[in-house]
Design a protein. Structure first.
Lengths: 445, 492
């Protein structure tokens, strides 16, 4: 089995070399597939003692295809801490405590990730515990029902944030069919209905918590061979599944959409303008080009930021995010505006900026600055094993390999001003646009 | 690559000759990154009383404005390709400017931050923007974050009558009254060599360090004695503030000031007691188990013996929040309004159980082992290592994590119990709540009526037996000791 292990390596020095095609991920890593479909990625780093284990399950709110079941991938993230016959929840928590480890998890549109950070001597115990819960999770209906209340509590603690509300309404307005229509937390009515869905939860586990959906990422003070032997021992018998969800395709939008939110508490008004973007790609230039555009048009060095935030001071927040998701996500620009009367002006300024990028290619030097920013941002963040595991996990969630990162940044290296212009013209069109505003109103409910 | 982690123990404190009192925490290593933590041991406690927010606005102005030679726009343009920034943080007794750059850009980066910190531009348009940002961070930011709002209200309330008694970010009216001359005055009189700790870590040369030190000596010398703030006053009886707003759930934090800081020999034992009650955002604490796991009351419940802002965003505390007077706090994450009284009672009951019964040998060993190993994990980044080292200077506790682990290895369960009984209590509390229908809640809290729980699933007899006690647990709150403040007026 080990003979099929592939070794990927590149020197750290390559990271900042002038040649555009060299790899950006500076660590040598190993990647292998067990016969059951489980993938293992091991990234030995220079940081002593600490090991970060990130287990990526390619199941997120995108997989919630049945009506009335939104939020279930996230609920399942909670249920994974409910214990097994071998390690009860209490025993699991006690062992984590005894190790002085950090254990947590998070869920996104596209994946669920289980993180444990610990000292290297605890690797055998952690891998055995994790293997057990991924294969033998067991929880009674009473514990399931109680956990749904903790999830409701999480929903409630997020609900006081107007940006969370903006995200929920934007998705619901922009999409008609695809599961990106709902937030990862789920719709309120579905979260409230969760306690009745115990049987569905068992089915969810049976469908998605399978080796072919799962990649184990280990980064830190760890040796690939050691990790391999322990994983084969603990995870080798895990049975492959056969479930493949049919994620509904989103039809072309066809017309511009708008929505307005009345917010009961004091806040400056918010505006978000979103466009249907591409699904993640590193074989075409769409993803990289839109990401570059988000920096060029809306980052702190953009003309619009300098105008709206620094000179005119009409807004105090401006940012854009480009999609990097399995299916077609949203390219979104958001601003917090100081006066309600200026919201139309800020909206028009954002739209005019997009129009200008569609009409005229950007200066090559500015594109170079974006490339340099992205490279150094990555270098500055990779100063510990946990962040390295986190970055690898994000790209593993898309294509199951850290080389995804290299491929995307290779596309960046070859990006031209015309690519950015073309992406703006292709995706940021009126018929793919949704605008949502949020305004404080005393009597809002 | 030899890492900063491995060289942590090589941290050195250099005390400059008499007359130049700047302290230097320099840790050269072979990392490709260089981290700055430039800390002035002066903060919000030094605000002019009529202008709360002065220290915060001054620091924000330095970190978000132009220098004499460059506009802020030019600085942003120069920082962008480096992916670097220069940020500020203000607590009661510390103002920190921090940033990390790749060593490739060290000279370029340092030139920028040198100008920002030592030669500020003081432009009116920068001032207007930064002041607006500070005001909006209260009006639109904090007031729309129920958990952080409840915690900040608690942090202010427990220090009534001393200079810690206001939000570090100030008040809306205080910020509105601050002029650019006020900010320049605070900078000129408070950012002095005598209160400066220069923290530098990473791949820099000795010559670079000497240059930075020489530059920092251009700051004015400290004049006069450093203020020693009075101790926090006593809280007499339980009191509560309900911040009223239109919100789905009820966020609760409660606590009181404690005199035990990292300098105190009792601190390791108190840390173990607090971790046993509830380690920040981790499963396995008593509060988490009893409130969330067994009863589904909310998303989590934790205990603290130090100021811990931004807890909903951070897994570990930020460094350089060192202060002479600390806080004991229990954070109850938002609960359904109908369960608020029970949740508060249950948290007090569990705190009381620890004080009355002490910690068992088994729980002691588990919590002690956790704290010991987890404390080492806190040193994951170069910036965190440098932050801890700077705090060690403040608390005069060299090699803090190593010393902590050595003390933990000698600790006993009896010692943890003794320390918990000495510093913790279930009376004379300040309680901060963010909720809707505040008057109804006030009436509930002031009444001795039981607050039974209704569950969506049968519970064990053990849980129900505890509930019978908890639902009648005395809160000792009188209606006139419960203040209601509309959210729009909080920190106004």
């Amino acid at each position: 089995m080990f003979s099929r292990l592939i070794l990927f390596a590149c020197g750290a020095a390559a990271m900042f070399a002038a040649q555009p095609s060299q790899k950006i991920f500076p660590y040598a890593y190993t990647q292998e597939d067990l016969p059951n479909g489980l993938r293992i990625v091991t990234v030995p780093t220079d940081y002593p003692n600490v090991v970060a284990l990130y287990i990526v399950v390619q199941t997120g709110s995108r997989n919630e295809i049945e009506s009335g079941h939104t939020g279930f991938a996230h609920l399942f993230e909670h249920l994974m801490f409910k214990g097994t016959a071998k390690y009860s929840q209490d025993q699991y928590n006690h062992l984590i405590k005894k190790m002085g480890a950090e254990s947590n998890a998070f869920t996104t549109d596209d994946y669920t990730c289980y993180q444990t950070v610990f000292s290297k001597e605890d690797l055998p115990t952690v891998l055995a515990m994790e293997a057990d819960r991924f294969q033998n999770l067991k929880y009674p209906e009473s514990e399931f029902k109680t956990e749904t209340l903790a999830v409701f509590g999480e929903f409630n603690k997020n609900s006081s944030n107007p940006f969370v509300k903006m995200d929920e309404v934007m998705r619901d307005t922009a999409y008609t069919t695809h599961t990106y229509k709902h937030p990862t937390m789920g719709f309120l009515k579905d979260v409230q209905a969760m306690p009745q869905l115990y049987d569905y939860s068992l089915q969810f586990f049976n469908h998605y918590y399978r080796p072919e959906y799962t990649t184990i990422v280990l980064a830190g003070d760890v040796k690939s061979k050691t990790a391999h032997d322990m994983i084969v021992k603990n995870w080798g018998a895990w049975k492959r599944g056969d479930y493949k969800p049919e994620i509904p395709m989103e039809p072309p939008q066809g017309e511009a959409k708008t929505n307005d939110i009345a917010w009961p508490d004091q806040t400056l008004p918010l505006i978000a303008i979103a466009f249907k973007g591409p699904a993640y790609t590193d074989s075409a230039k769409d993803t990289a080009a839109l990401d570059a555009l988000s920096y060029l048009a809306f980052s702190e060095t953009s003309e619009l930021y300098q105008k709206l935030i620094l000179q005119e001071q009409k807004a105090d927040v401006l940012f854009a995010s480009a999609p990097r998701q399995v299916d077609a996500g949203l390219f979104e620009v958001a601003a917090r505006v100081k006066k309600m009367d200026d919201v139309p002006y800020v909206r028009d300024q954002i739209l005019e900026t997009i129009h200008n990028f569609q009409e005229k290619p950007v200066d090559e030097k500015r594109l170079d600055a974006v490339r340099q920013h992205i490279r150094y941002q990555l270098a500055l963040s990779m100063d510990n094993s946990e962040t390295i595991a986190q970055i690898v996990a994000e790209f593993v969630a898309l294509r199951r390999t850290p080389d995804t990162l290299n491929k995307l940044f290779d596309v960046y290296s070859h990006l031209t001003p015309k690519d950015v212009q073309d992406a703006a013209a292709k995706f940021l069109t009126g018929n793919a646009r949704t605008i949502v505003t949020l305004e404080h109103k005393e009597d809002a409910k | 690559m030899k890492t900063a982690y491995a060289l942590l123990t090589a941290f050195i404190a250099i005390v400059l000759p008499a007359g130049a009192q700047m302290r230097v925490m320099a840790e050269p290593n072979h990392s490709p990154l260089v981290t700055f933590r430039i800390v002035f041991t002066v903060g919000a406690a030094a605000d002019t009383p009529s202008k709360p927010g002065l220290a915060y606005l001054t620091a924000a102005m330095i970190a978000n404005s132009g220098s004499k030679s460059l506009t802020y726009q030019q600085i942003e343009d120069a920082m962008f390709p480096l992916a670097a920034d220069f940020s500020s943080q203000v607590d009661k007794e510390m103002t920190t400017f921090y940033g990390t750059t790749h060593v490739d850009h060290l000279d370029e980066y340092y030139k920028l931050i040198h100008g920002m910190l030592l030669d500020p531009g003081w432009r009116e348009d920068d001032f207007k923007r930064v002041k607006d940002d500070c005001i909006h961070s209260i009006q639109s930011g904090l007031r729309n974050n129920d958990e952080e709002l409840a915690k900040e209200v608690l942090y202010s309330d427990i220090y009534q009558g001393m200079p810690y008694a206001h939000y570090n970010g100030g008040t809306v009216s205080g910020l509105e009254s601050i002029t650019l001359d006020d900010v320049r005055g605070f900078y000129g009189s408070r950012y002095t060599q005598g209160v400066l700790i220069l923290g530098l870590s990473g791949g820099f040369t000795p010559a670079f360090l000497e240059k930075v030190k020489a530059d920092m000596r251009k700051l004015p010398p400290s004049i006069g004695m450093h203020t020693r703030h009075p101790e926090p006053g006593l809280i007499h009886g339980n009191r509560a503030i309900i911040v009223e707003k239109d919100t789905r759930a009820t966020a609760i934090s409660f606590g009181f000031p404690i005199s035990c800081t990292r300098q105190n020999p009792d601190w390791p034992a108190l840390l173990v007691a607090s971790s046993y009650l509830g380690q920040h955002r981790m499963a396995g604490g008593v509060l988490y188990d009893e409130m969330r796991e067994k009863r589904g009351l909310n998303y989590g419940d934790y205990s603290y013996i130090e100021y811990f802002p931004q807890g909903m965003y951070r897994m570990a505390a930020e460094q350089n929040l060192a202060r002479r007077y600390q806080i004991f706090q229990i954070w109850i994450r938002p609960v359904h309004p109908e369960n608020a009284k029970f949740a508060l009672r249950l948290a007090l009951y569990e705190l009381d159980q620890l004080i009355k019964n002490g910690i068992s040998e088994e729980n002691f060993q588990m919590s002690r082992d956790f704290v010991s190993k987890y404390s080492a994990l806190q040193l994951r980044t170069q910036s965190a290592q440098l932050g801890f080292a700077v705090d060690s200077l403040f608390y005069d506790s060299p090699a803090f994590i190593d010393a902590l682990r050595a003390k933990l290895s000698k600790l006993t369960a009896a010692e943890v119990t003794r320390v918990a009984r000495r510093y913790l209590r279930t009376k004379d509390l300040s309680i901060a709540i963010v909720a809707n229908h505040a008057e109804d809640l006030r009436q509930q809290l002031a009444s001795d009526d039981p607050s039974p729980m209704e569950y969506n699933t049968p519970k064990s007899q053990a849980i129900l037996d505890v509930d019978k006690v908890v639902q009648k647990w005395p809160l000792d709150l009188k209606a006139d000791s419960i203040q209601i403040v509309p959210a729009a007026q909080i920190f106004q």
